[in-house]
Ligand binder design. Structure first.
Ligand SMILES: *Cc1c(COP(=O)(O)O)cnc(C)c1O
Length: 405
């Protein structure tokens, strides 16, 4: 086993070796500009981009022409929300989203609100989930877009996107989902789930950083989008700028692998994740699970340790890479807006740790992490007497493919 152990796969994932292999020729001999129409260098690059487009489309049940490549999910979310707000300005000005969305959705909504849009931010329950009926109640005649994530990056809970998609479709409102964390982990189908726009990121699914995609529905309904970037008119005018060919090739390969490996990998990660939780709970009291126990990503475990400061625990766990609930999704050190939105007290937020298991984690690593967590929590508690044991809650168990609707 190699140390340190990487168990922060919601922050980013390592590039799969097969992805790197697929990318390398596009740095070397196939360096052409995919927009060059006059020679083989351009044609080869363009063919590779179109292959990748089809690979990404297949993962989510879309057609290749509905995939726009971007620099990542942050850009995809910006393009989806700002692009729809602008293009549908004459239709309406109301957007509905949820308090636990990624910053790249919430901050865009705040910006749009400053510019005059009306934004409704719905609350979640204690398990981190929004009730689809609340979404329905929030819709008005002026609503143009609903944005609800497929899987949360902190607590891993799976949104009821199928139900929300359907009720948006019935009301003629566009539905966007940030599926950055869900892609390759749970089944996604833009048709079955009535999704009109979907954001994806390469580096959250064992592809490279700096590349992402936005699914933009082309029929029933055909989504109109105002671009963020003007220029050469690449990506059917929705995203100008020379294409990142090696990155796009890597994202395509990553999407293909994700589709092939998803079921087995999710089953394996569920077993490892449940072992991690049980192993910790068997030896420690005062451990509570954050987020719904069942409707959750297979590799996610977010727990709070009574009487423990998560930053101190992370320092003590120096050969295990995990993340705290105090700062995971942004460059700032604010306490998690997700855990806060779930109604958690500050004390519990500041004692939370997010474990993110991924493709390359092994059983041996899980056993190591259990030992390190148990030892570290015990010694931290011994240094700060007065720890009162709290009840331990039931463990998570993956809902499987039926969990996301
Ligand atoms: C990581 C992440 C993003 C941002 O993706 P980038 O490709 O890093 O810009 C957006 N949404 C969710 C849910 C994420 O986990």
């Amino acid at each position: 086993m190699k140390l340190p152990v990487y168990m922060d796969n919601h922050a980013t994932t390592p590039v799969d070796p097969a992805v790197l292999e697929a990318m390398l020729p596009y740095f070397r001999e196939h360096f052409g500009n995919a927009a060059s129409r006059t020679h083989a260098f351009g044609w080869t690059a363009d063919e590779a981009v179109e292959r990748a487009r089809a690979q990404v489309a297949r993962l989510v049940g879309a057609s290749a022409r509905e995939i726009v490549f971007t620099s990542g999910a942050t850009e995809s979310n910006n393009l989806a929300l700002k692009g729809v707000a602008e293009a549908y300005r004459t239709v309406g000005d109301h957007i509905v989203t949820v308090s636990t969305e990624h910053r790249s959705v919430l901050d865009v909504c705040r910006r749009l609100a400053e510019q005059g849009a009306r934004v409704t931010v719905l609350d979640v329950d204690g398990a981190g989930l929004v009730d689809p009926e609340e979404v329905r109640r929030a819709l008005t005649d002026r609503t143009i877009l609903v944005s609800v994530m497929a899987a949360n990056n902190e607590v891993g809970v799976l949104g009821a996107i199928g139900q929300i998609g359907l009720l948006c479709r019935e009301r003629g409102v566009l539905f966007h989902t940030d599926a950055t964390q869900a892609a390759g982990k749970v089944a996604l189908d833009v048709e079955a789930d009535c999704i009109d726009l979907m954001s994806l990121s390469g580096h959250k699914m064992y592809g490279p950083k700096g590349v992402g995609a936005l699914f933009v529905r082309r029929s029933r309904p055909r989504v109109k989008l105002a671009p963020l970037l003007d220029g050469g008119g690449h990506e059917r005018g929705m995203r100008s700028g020379t294409l990142n060919v090696p990155g796009i090739v890597g994202m395509g390969k990553a999407a293909e692998l994700a589709g092939e490996l998803r079921e087995l990998e999710s089953a394996r990660l569920t077993v490892l994740r449940d072992r991690l939780f049980r192993g910790i709970c068997e030896k420690l009291d005062g451990v509570t699970l954050n987020g719904d126990a069942v409707r959750r990503l297979p590799g996610n475990l977010n727990i709070s340790f009574a009487s423990i400061d998560s930053e101190a625990l992370i320092s003590a766990l120096h050969d295990v890479a995990v993340s705290s609930g105090s700062a995971c999704t942004s460059a700032t050190l604010e306490p998690s807006h997700v855990l806060r939105a779930m109604g958690m007290e500050d004390r519990r937020i500041h004692s939370s740790i997010r474990f993110g298991l991924g493709r390359f984690n092994t059983e041996e690593e899980v056993e190591h992490v259990i030992r390190r967590v148990v030892d570290s929590v015990r010694s931290l508690r011994a240094m700060a007497p007065g720890h009162v044991p709290a009840a331990t809650v039931a463990g998570p168990s993956h809902a499987g493919d039926t969990g996301e609707d």
